[in-house]
Design a binder for this molecule. Sequence first.
Ligand code: FE2
Length: 131
Amino acid sequence: MPDLKELIQSADWKTEKHVPVIDAPEKVKKGEVIQVSVTVGKEIAHPNTTAHHISWVVLFFLADGEKFPYQIARFEFLAHGASAQGPDTSSVYSFPVVTCSFKTDKPGTIMSSSYCNIHGLWGSSKKITVE
Ligand code: FE2
């Protein structure tokens, strides 16, 4: 039986357009507000059409030594060009680029997952240290 974690794909974001690229500082001060952005298709743009698009991005933080992650944010992209006239007719498209903020007193790992309606689940992570 397939396991969900085996379905989360990863790759080098410079050559794979589905990878959620996490931009965040590598080192922060305890309690400092950390600004995080996630971009899908940072180097190679992902298609953004009614038929083929990124549906959502989610962000977690796993503190070092802890078992369970904390969900920081979840974003859904709901405009994909469709209108009453049919697919790709509205000219309105949301883009899979998001920014949010959080704080932590503990070092750990920011994890992101994204979902393409055709090519499934993708993931990446970024370690941050706390002074
Ligand atoms: Fe895709």
